[in-house]
Design a protein around this ligand. Structure first.
Ligand SMILES: NC(=O)c1ccc[n+]([C@@H]2O[C@H](COP(=O)([O-])OP(=O)(O)OC[C@H]3O[C@@H](n4cnc5c(N)ncnc54)[C@H](O)[C@@H]3O)[C@@H](O)[C@H]2O)c1
Length: 420
């Protein structure tokens, strides 16, 4: 069977994950090049891959200055870099495994999509949720018609107080200008799921939300600029406690490729991850709601909030003849036809691999590789750019509404105004 070859552009958290999928799918894929401007990130991965020095590049530019080395390049650099790296790679002849968001600018999403069409490149977006058994089961049951027609979706993303603090207050996505607005960064996955599950287009959007809590006014009395200097007791956002409790693995491995108590404590002395959550320069929201009207009067209400103990996604899809509901992180899924018995779906009987976005990281890689090779399998979740871009447009429209105090945004007018 042909192995699909990959170059990894950006060997950070996501790039490392995809690169190490080679250990899981050695018959299907092979990593042949790594590019990152942080040598320690490359070294941590290459200990396991053992690539020769000439396969290691100290930047995306260096990787793209040589002829094409692989079938697919992963674009796993930061949001604001995707356009440049995706366009360069496609010009060289690469197909792409492109992390979401496609880009943090709406016009660049279209530019990347049009370039892919013009050059005939395949671009797969890392909307990992579609590759999980949880969402695949929901889709399968809805498509079977047993619950009738979808009328309403009620969904929530509980980001979790610690994940909110790590990524959206202290971390890579804390400022929109440098990364993305929250609803795009965190929830383009959810927008994608709603469109995919229903098979409908989005017609109208409204949204409210704000950054309210992680601001200087809310800092506890006597709190310091950095946690290591702080005397406030029992602070849930105490960085040393939080990161030391999570060695190894995420999120301590975002701070250091090979975290140890010593290097984490050193990191917290100088990085943003050691700063007080109320004294950052963050500007992305900490809670937001979005309402969508889809074709055929299907309605969706969605809540994103960082104020929760447990990080999860919840969904309830209400149909004319029954409903399906579940909790993603709890692997809890049920459906029922009205006035009939309830069915509890045993997701553990379908897979024992819930690692990385409920198994979505591995599912994405496995499906993309098989699809690319032309294998015969159910590829109905494949996230080609043509199918994934709409979720981004909906997220941009939600943000436009939020910024105008919840004003209604009609998708057709919004896209016309954007020239999309
Ligand atoms: N699909 C998902 O669920 C999901 C989850 C988290 C993050 N993401 C997205 O994945 C992307 C990467 O996120 P991450 O958490 O891995 O970030 P990261 O910061 O850990 O990784 C990015 C890497 O790119 C490297 N880099 C920066 N400039 C470079 C250049 N010019 N050339 C080569 N390498 C360069 C950095 O050194 C870093 O190692 C982001 O767009 C993010 O939004 C997606």
């Amino acid at each position: 069977m042909k192995k699909i070859t990959f170059a990894v552009c950006g060997v950070g958290n996501r790039g490392t994950r995809y690169a190490l999928m080679q250990e899981r799918y050695p018959e299907d894929m092979e990593i042949v090049a790594l590019a990152d401007n942080r040598r320690e990130r490359i070294d941590a991965v290459n200990k396991k891959l053992g690539l020769p020095e000439e396969a290691l590049f100290d930047s995306a530019d260096a990787l793209f200055s040589v002829p094409k080395l692989a079938d697919i390049v992963t674009i796993t650099t930061q949001d604001a870099q995707h356009r440049e790296h995706a366009l360069k790679a496609m010009e060289l002849g690469y197909d792409l495994l492109l992390e979401k968001p496609i880009s943090n600018r709406i016009e660049e999403v279209t530019e990347i999509q049009k370039t892919a069409e013009r050059l005939g490149r395949q671009v797969f977006i890392c909307h990992v949720l579609r590759y999980t058994v949880f969402y695949k089961e929901i889709k399968r049951i809805l498509d079977s018609g047993i619950l009738g027609r979808v009328m309403t979706i009620e969904a929530a993303e509980h980001v979790g107080y610690y994940h909110q603090a790590h990524s959206y207050v202290r971390g890579n996505w804390h400022r929109e200008e440098d990364s993305s607005c929250m609803i795009l960064a965190k929830c383009c996955h959810d927008m994608d799921i709603f469109l995919w599950l229903t098979g409908k287009k989005c017609l109208r959007v409204s949204s409210f939300g704000s950054l309210d809590y992680f601001t200087r006014e809310n800092a506890p009395e006597g709190s310091a600029e950095r946690c290591l200097d702080c005397k406030v007791e029992n602070c849930p956002y105490n960085a040393p406690r939080f990161y030391l409790e999570h060695i190894p693995g995420w999120p301590s491995n975002v701070l250091e490729p090979e975290p140890t108590p010593e290097n984490i404590l050193e990191n917290l002395k100088h990085s943003d991850y050691g700063r007080c959550v109320w004294k950052m320069d963050n500007d992305v929201v900490d809670h937001q709601i979005v309402n969508l009207q889809l074709e055929d009067h299907v309605t969706v209400s969605f809540t994103m909030t960082g104020f929760n103990e447990i990080q999860t996604r919840k969904i309830r899809v209400m149909c004319t003849e029954g409903e399906i509901w579940g909790d993603f992180e709890a692997n809890d899924l049920h459906w029922q036809r009205y006035h009939e018995e309830r069915h509890d779906i045993d997701l553990n009987a379908l897979t024992d691999d819930f690692d990385g976005h409920g198994g979505g990281d591995a599912g994405l890689m496995h499906d993309v590789v098989r699809y690319y090779r032309g294998d015969d399998f159910d590829s109905s979740s494949i996230t080609t750019i043509a199918r994934s871009a709409e979720s981004h447009y909906v997220a941009f429209a939600a943000e436009a509404s939020r910024l105008k105090d919840g004003e209604l945004v009609r998708m057709d007018e919004f896209l016309n105004e954007q020239g999309e």
